[in-house]
Design a protein around this ligand. Structure first.
Ligand code: ATP
Ligand code: MG
Length: 457
């Protein structure tokens, strides 16, 4: 592991474009009060501290940021010492989490630099360097400017200095916000090869912000997307789930398809799209559109629901499409075993897909409709059914019946796929908890729930 070194921590910020008088570039009331407390306290203890990344980008675009991140010249230990309510996290690189009431966390990262910075700042036109560029280690401290330059895309590399009210732009992010362009900071070939997960990030930001990926970045993505297979599975999985969660999954998956990336992430989905013809593939994207609307509305839309929306057409393609149904079972179990998808999410997806048959009355129904209505995932099952009915026109009558029944039913606890209870598990024999046994028992219960849904309902 490279030894972390901390660059000097001057209190006075070295900013290229400080605001001199006049209104701050971002209205103070749009800033998070807790983030402001963190910034102020770090500055009072003699460090540089700025808002950074997604929050600056989103504020300048007039969007509401998901969270407010802070970058500082203080080392992780100095940050921990500065706040009582602070914990250091992370192995790959150490970050500080400052906790506030209401489970709010402000993430504070120390300025770092790219370990292969010389290559990354090569002009775009220079020949791509030979050899392996994959970054394995990313914990070398640096200056504010180096920290901006090690970030992925220009629009994500902006800092905001609340003390001067000025956006600090070391990377040309303002111009790309205006041009609505996703562009790597530095040479795109290098930046994609050193961390191929950026391919998925570029797609997510382009989809979510409705930006275009500028040509040299797009070319590097096209050439090096296959390097994704070299990245750690949990990172690829996390960025894939973030694509589904971003509220623009339909646009994101269209882009992934254009760049021929679906086959790297989810080969059966790519094979289905290739086989099914344009009408059926539009239905698949239509289901993602519906899921996006649900995400944007703030209704419960867990990862199981989003995956089910992606996979529903594979499980039940229209006969006219000519595409054979794809068994979703092996696909989900590959995602669990090879992609490290948590079993809980995969099983939730199976439940939601199976519940469609029950809702459509395709399975022998021995349970009462009330039993379906009471199930914890009913709201998401119905949302999936509605989405499918909208894109295919199928199941309209059954849908209307379930809506009527739902309207007359007392409200359920509003939570996506409640975990099955473990309270009834036999007490562990030894004094230490046998988590494996609990997980196995929990899994047996889910199997029973799935059997119930597919057979009894
Ligand atoms: P969102 O609002 O969707 O969370 P974000 O920009 O905050 O978008 P994050 O994944 O939360 O994205 O990352 C925070 C910031 O960290 C990014 O804006 C970017 O500056 C930097 N970053 C994250 N991942 C990478 C990466 N793989 N390579 C370089 N910089 C990265
Ligand atoms: Mg973020």
């Amino acid at each position: 592991m490279t030894e972390a070194t901390l660059a000097g921590a001057p209190a006075a910020p070295d900013v290229p474009t400080p605001a001199r008088g006049g209104a701050p570039e971002i209205a103070p009331e749009r800033l998070d009060p807790e983030a402001l407390k963190v910034l102020r306290h770090l500055r009072q203890t003699g460090h540089q501290a700025y808002l950074v990344g997604g929050c600056v980008r989103d504020l300048l675009l007039g969007r509401t940021p998901k969270d407010f991140d802070v970058a500082t010249s203080a080392s992780p230990e100095q940050v921990r010492a500065a706040f009582r309510n602070c914990r250091l996290i992370g192995r790959r690189f150490r970050l500080a989490h400052v906790y506030f009431s209401g489970r709010k966390i402000i993430e504070v990262s120390t300025f770092r630099k790219n370990p292969v910075d010389d290559l990354a700042s090569e002009p775009v036109a220079s020949p791509p360097p030979e050899g392996d560029l994959l970054i394995e280690e990313d914990n070398v401290f640096g200056t504010a400017e180096e920290d901006a330059r090690r970030r992925d895309f220009t629009v994500n590399g902006l800092f905001y200095d609340v003390s001067t009210g000025a956006v600090i732009d070391y990377v040309g992010g303002r111009a790309d916000l205006d041009a609505r362009a996703i562009r790597t900071i530095g040479n795109p070939e290098v930046r994609i090869r050193e961390d191929p997960v950026r391919v998925l990030r570029a797609v997510r930001f382009a989809a979510k912000l409705d930006f275009t990926i500028e040509p040299s970045t797009a070319a590097a993505i096209q050439t090096h997307a296959h390097d994704l297979v070299r990245c750690a599975s949990p990172r690829v999985l996390e960025e894939t789930l973030r694509l589904l969660r971003c509220g623009a999954a339909s646009r994101a998956f269209r882009l992934l398809r254009e760049y021929r990336i679906v086959r790297l992430l989810l080969p059966p989905v790519a094979a289905f799209l290739d086989a099914c013809g344009p009408e059926e593939s539009e239905r698949l994207f239509g289901l993602l559109d519906a899921a996006d609307r649900r995400v944007r509305s703030g209704a419960p839309a867990g990862d199981s629901f989003l995956l089910a929306a992606l996979l529903l057409r594979l499980a039940r393609p229209s006969t006219s499409s000519g595409a054979p149904a794809v068994p979703v079972e092996p696909l989900l179990s590959d995602l669990v075993h090879l992609g490290r998808l948590p079993r809980r999410i995969a099983e939730g997806t199976r439940l939601l897909l199976l519940s469609q048959r029950a809702l459509l009355g395709e399975t022998r129904r021995r349970g009462s409709p009330n039993r379906i209505l009471r199930s914890a995932h009913f709201a998401e099952s119905l949302a999936l059914m509605e989405a499918n009915a909208t894109v295919t026109g199928e199941g309209q009558e059954a849908l209307a019946r379930w809506r009527d029944r739902d309207a007359g039913h007392p409200p359920r606890a509003a939570r996506p796929l409640a975990p099955l209870p473990v309270a009834a598990e036999p007490a562990p024999r030894s004094s230490s908890l046998d988590l494996g046994a609990i997980a196995r028992a929990r899994s047996r219960r889910r199997e029973a729930e799935i059997a119930r849904l597919s057979g009894l309902l």
